[in-house]
Design a protein around this ligand. Structure first.
Ligand code: CMC
Length: 430
């Protein structure tokens, strides 16, 4: 990060001229450094952080206008085609692709951390059987901090590394446990002879009475879903993890905060919301009515799985996901599923609609991931849990990046519009 040829922006307020340094990254727009503005008696105002860079980062770069997504410089399309989820986890955590030896060691390490403490399974019993699995995930992920007192020193690099490994390894186990609990079925232990995605499917669908034969096409699709969700720069949940982490909170608590932020339908909850919306639309003949609702400013309804804060072009993850979607539907022979057909019809009509074209609303990653997960047989309530599992390396990498460098507690300011000072009125005089 450099001051661009010593160039500065000038802010004129009456007779006052404030000089603000202009910083340049390796990619993307220049950034005006306003960090010293408070000393001059001013704050900046940017609800939703639409124009605000809250940190500098080396992890992921997005060009939303061109539809580019790079992890540590590598395009997502190349990673999806040639790499796999655990290799991407290594890349995110370490900054470079692993050698063959490094990869083998990393995969082994993750495999040997997949079990959770037996005592943790007791936590699940505190939840109702119909609890949303995201509610369970927020709770049990935060609870991990009660099990790993040996590695909670955030200033210790080894502690941070083992925590990252534990989180990546245990999230699929916790995710599958939250599903099994909702079904009233016994938890299925992880199997170290399976790869990451296969193991997740095994823990989801095997029972003590019956093994689950993992279909390689489904396992590949699952791996791809994890891979495509692994990181996405400073999105709402990652920023939540950073904000929580900036207080010095332990990493399990920070990731639990990220899971809570992800749950909302504007973020990771959208994949579940897509399927609920399709069920509500019900039939092709209703698409027009729902598009009309989506365009109505007085109606809160939106086409879920469409639009993105950063992408004003096709979400590059959605393109890969669309291809995986076709592979899975062909493999399972469910191209005729009415909900899936409705989704395809809705996509086509929305992409040709003037409103969606003008506002640059394209399908995002969540539009297709929900369709694939439904076809695989994963229940809708688990969709966001799977997103959370995939996003864990991104969250922990950003947390680690922040903790490794100089950082300040995140503390936004406000434009106060409430009453000015007034005196307390005794109750009998009101
Ligand atoms: N359907 C209909 N209209 C929409 C939609 C949509 N899905 N998304 C945005 N718009 C309209 C919106 O009404 C606004 O119109 P106007 O300018 O007339 O007020 C305009 O497009 C810009 O929308 P915005 O809400 O100001 O944009 P934002 O950047 O604040 O919101 C978003 C981005 C993703 C929250 C939003 O597009 C949305 O709610 N999409 C549906 C939910 C969804 O699919 N979320 C998943 C995002 S991708 C996965 C992830 O990162 O978690």
């Amino acid at each position: 990060m450099a001051e661009k040829g010593g160039k500065v922006a000038q802010l004129h307020i009456g007779d006052l001229c404030i000089e603000l340094p202009i910083l340049s990254g390796n990619e993307g727009p220049d950034v005006i450094d306003v960090s010293n503005l408070a000393a001059q008696g001013y704050f900046t105002y940017d609800p939703g952080f639409v124009s605000t860079a809250a940190c500098d980062s080396n992890v992921t770069y997005i060009d939303g206008d061109k539809g580019i997504l790079l992890h540590r410089g590598y395009p997502i399309e190349q990673l999806a085609e040639h790499s796999d989820y655990l290799e991407l986890c290594y890349l995110l955590l370490n900054g470079d692709l692993p050698t063959a030896d490094e990869k083998t060691r990393f995969v082994n390490t993750i495999k040997h951390h997949t079990m959770v403490h037996e005592q943790l399974s007791q936590f699940f019993k505190g939840f109702r059987r119909d609890a949303h699995p995201m509610a369970i995930m927020c709770g049990v992920t935060g609870a991990l901090s009660a099990f790993y007192h040996d590695s909670l020193d955030i200033d210790n690099w080894d502690h941070r590394r083992i925590t990252a490994h534990r989180l990546i390894a245990k999230m699929p186990t916790l995710a599958a446990m939250s599903y099994k609990y909702s079904q009233g079925e016994p938890f299925i232990y992880p199997r170290n002879d399976l790869d990451y995605a296969e193991n997740f499917l095994h823990m989801m669908f095997a029972t003590p009475c019956e093994n689950y034969e993992v279909n390689p096409i489904i396992a590949k699709a699952m791996d791809r879903i994890f891979l495509l969700h692994a990181d996405h720069e400073q999105n709402a949940s990652t920023s939540t993890v950073r904000l929580a982490g900036s207080t010095g909170a332990n990493p399990f608590a920070c990731i639990a905060a990220g899971i809570a932020a992800l749950w909302g339908p504007a973020h990771g909850g959208a994949n579940e919301a897509v399927l609920n919306m399709l069920a509500e639309i019900g039939d092709e003949k209703n698409i027009g009515k729902y598009l009309k609702k989506a365009k109505d400013k007085n109606d809160p309804f939106r086409i879920m799985g469409f639009g993105h804060r950063v992408y004003k072009n096709y979400d590059p993850r959605a393109k890969v996901m669309q291809q995986t979607c076709r592979e899975v539907l062909d493999e399972l022979g469910v191209r005729d599923d009415p909900i899936l057909q409705l989704a395809q019809k809705l996509e086509k009509i929305a992409l040709e609609d003037e409103y969606f074209i003008e506002k640059k609303l394209y399908p995002n990653v969540d539009f297709y991931s929900g369709i694939i997960l439904k076809a695989i047989g994963i229940p809708t309530e688990m969709f966001t849990v799977i997103f959370a599992t995939g996003r864990t390396p991104g969250w922990i990498t950003h947390w680690n990046e922040m903790i490794s460098g100089p950082y300040k507690i995140g503390r936004p300011r406000q434009l106060y519009k409430g009453p000015s000072r007034r005196d307390y009125v005794p109750i009998e005089d009101r």
